[in-house]
Design a protein around this ligand. Structure first.
Ligand code: ADP
Length: 623
């Protein structure tokens, strides 16, 4: 297709050809005077050349049209595009034309818009005939321009567009159409739906074609082979074209490639199917809701557990399986999540099919689209009834055990004091000089009593720490904590010539009294587990780690095997023999308890024969 805007300056050009030069000149002057542009062609060859370049109309005298001239002109006109119907005005030789000369001229009739004007002619008749011819030509150009514009638009649409007549013959197609089949326009136009589009499409379309030819607009899905012989999914629409009389004279056909969409749809439905199968086999209750909280799906387990039907619980109907006492709390939280788009997590009872309630942990997560908008909610409810009961029983057992430990250690103190006092009195009464054997036995008794006392003392401390109520967490200045601990250990330090150095220490969240206990324990261990031949050196410092302070207590003592680093925080866990290093194995267990109460952590790193470092991480004090 040529450029629709081409030829414009030649659209109104008159081509003149008269063998008698004077006639041609006369006509040229006449048109010039009438404001019409004309061009004289000296011979038929030139006329043909100019016609090929484009013209508004041709004006020739009959004398110019001998046999060979008509032949040459016919050849040129035949090559003109189908839209073209070039006006040909022939000025005949005066008088009634013979039959032969008429037949001769009429050869041009099918190739152009032929007008015969009989001479002699008045000049205004000639001008008016020329104007009429040019007007007709202008209309042809206009139609052709519009047609070209239309083609340009349709060629650039990624949809196959065609016009077929009542016999299902293609009259016109766009570029996309012949690209699809890999055919030239002239190979498509004139072909039938069956011959061009092939199977399985041709058989598919017959009922729809019948409907459309009866005057209905139809749309359906089909499959068409493309030029690579690949079957593609398409959406086809037929729009009937009505004649002014109201008959369907043809159809506008639109064919859209929907292969990718179909592929996605198929993949989506497969994954949806997989998801549902999965959701139906898990032991949890699962469900989905729209962005506004309207529940539209529950899994099989949900219905099995609650004994309800989808109709009863769709939308907001699920409330019927909740405990009426708890429901307002649940609704309030759920509505809050919907408004703010934040995940929901809550524990509440749900009624089973038999009417009993069990505790469930329900978690609901928002599902967002690529813009971040919540499009739906996905929720699961996990039965934690059993777990809750076990937890409660365990908690109760723990409380009882701790109470027992407290009472037992407390009640042991009294008989022990008796043993202590009376054994001492007994020893005094025995005659002097004391039998060395008796002296040895007396030493054992005193040692045993002292160890027992220490053990009971530590156990009571442990009981008190674990029983203490969780009070409000205050700010603890670790500088004063360490100061208190050092005062308490003053004698021990002097006895052991211990050297303690300290960096600046922070303020943390905790209780100063309890933390003094922790650091006193760590420092006392650092002195106790010293190397005999070396001065005990202890260094305390701290560094910040996000919202926490990590305090380090480093010694140069005997150390221990790193593999034991976790074990030593257990109750009664010791790595050294009592004869060498007296102790009960309770101190670090107490430290761990206290530190964890303030949401902190305690751990150790050590190397045998090199020394140990104890780390205490505690939350920084709120400003
Ligand atoms: P105790 O010191 O009364 O035995 P702890 O609970 O305070 O009990 O310590 C548990 C064990 O951890 C100790 O018996 C000892 O083996 C080891 N331990 C603790 N602190 C140190 C240290 N600074 N250096 C070497 N070993 C240590």
């Amino acid at each position: 297709m040529t450029n629709p805007a081409a030829n414009t300056e030649r659209e109104s050009l008159l081509l003149l050809h008269a063998p008698v030069g004077r006639d041609a000149l006369l006509l040229h002057k006449l048109f010039d005077g009438a404001g019409l542009e004309s061009r004289i062609c000296r011979n038929v060859d030139e006329l043909c050349l100019q016609v090929e370049r484009g013209a508004g109309a041709v004006l020739v005298t009959e004398e110019a049209l001998n046999g060979s001239a008509i032949k040459a002109l016919s050849a040129v006109l035949r090559k003109q595009s189908t839209w073209s119907d070039l006006p040909l005005v022939v000025l005949t030789i005066g008088g009634e034309p013979t039959e032969a000369s008429r037949r001769h001229l009429m050869q041009l009739e099918p190739l152009g818009d032929l007008t015969l004007l009989e001479r002699p002619l008045r000049s205004d008749t000639i001008v008016s005939a020329a104007r009429t011819a040019l007007r007709a030509r202008a209309k042809q150009y206009e139609v052709r321009r519009r047609d070209a514009e239309l083609q340009l638009v349709t060629d650039n649409v990624p949809v196959l567009i065609a016009y077929i007549d009542r016999d299902q013959v293609f009259r016109r197609v766009n570029q996309t159409f012949h690209d699809w089949f890999g055919l030239r326009p002239d190979q498509v136009v004139g072909g039938t739906v069956q011959s061009i589009m092939g199977e399985p499409h041709s058989s598919n379309v017959q009922p729809f074609l019948t409907q459309a030819l009866a005057g209905q607009q139809v749309s359906f899905e089909s499959q068409v082979l493309d030029k690579k012989r690949e079957l593609r999914d398409v959406n086809v629409s037929y729009a009937p074209d009505f004649s002014p009389e109201g008959d369907v004279r043809g159809l506008v056909v639109l064919v859209q490639d929907i292969t990718e969409r179909k592929k996605t749809e198929r993949a989506l439905s497969a994954s949806e199917q997989q998801f549902r199968t999965l959701a139906d086999t898990i032991p949890n209750l699962a469900w989905m809701a729209n962005a506004d909280g309207h529940v539209f799906w529950q899994n099989r387990r949900w219905f099995e557990y609650t004994g309800t039907t989808p109709d009863q619980v769709q939308g907001w109907g699920w409330q019927s399986v909740h405990d009426p006492e708890e429901l307002p709390r649940v609704l309030e939280r759920w509505r809050d999540s919907i408004v703010t788009g934040t995940p929901f997590e809550m524990v509440f009872p749900l009624r089973a099919a038999d009417g009993t309630f069990r505790l469930f942990l329900t978690r609901v997560a928002p599902v967002r689209d690529s813009t971040g908008t919540v499009v739906r909610w996905f929720g699961t409810s996990t039965d934690i009834d059993e777990q809750k009961h076990i937890e409660e029983a365990l908690r109760q057992a723990n409380i009882e055990l701790e109470e027992f430990a407290y009472v037992a250690s407390h009640d042991l103190q009294e008989p022990l004091r008796m043993v202590n006092i009376y054994s001492q009195m007994l020893l005094k009464r025995i005659e002097q000089p004391l039998d060395p054997k008796l002296q040895e036995y007396a030493g054992y008794i005193r040692g045993g009593v002292q160890r027992m006392e220490r053990l009971i003392h530590d156990l009571l401390t442990y009981s008190r720490v674990t029983h203490a109520e969780d009070g409000e967490v205050s700010a603890a200045n670790l500088e004063s904590v360490l100061e208190q601990a050092l005062i308490a250990l003053d004698t021990r330090m002097k006895e052991n010539h211990a050297e303690v150095s300290m960096a600046q220490l922070p303020v943390v969240a905790g209780d100063e009294g309890q933390l003094t206990h922790v650091f006193q324990n760590l420092l006392s261990n650092a002195i106790k587990y010293r190397k005999r031949e070396e001065t005990p050196r202890i260094h305390v410092d701290a560094h910040r780690n996000d919202g926490h302070w990590v305090v380090r207590v480093r010694d140069n003592g005997i150390g221990f095997d790193q593999s034991q680093a976790e074990r030593i925080f257990g109750l009664f866990k010791r790595l050294h023999r009592s004869q060498d290093y007296p102790g009960t194995g309770v101190g670090l267990a107490i430290c761990k308890h206290i530190v964890e109460r303030y949401r902190g952590r305690i751990w150790a790193e050590s190397e045998l024969g090199v020394g140990s470092t104890f780390f205490v991480s505690l939350p920084a004090a709120p400003n």
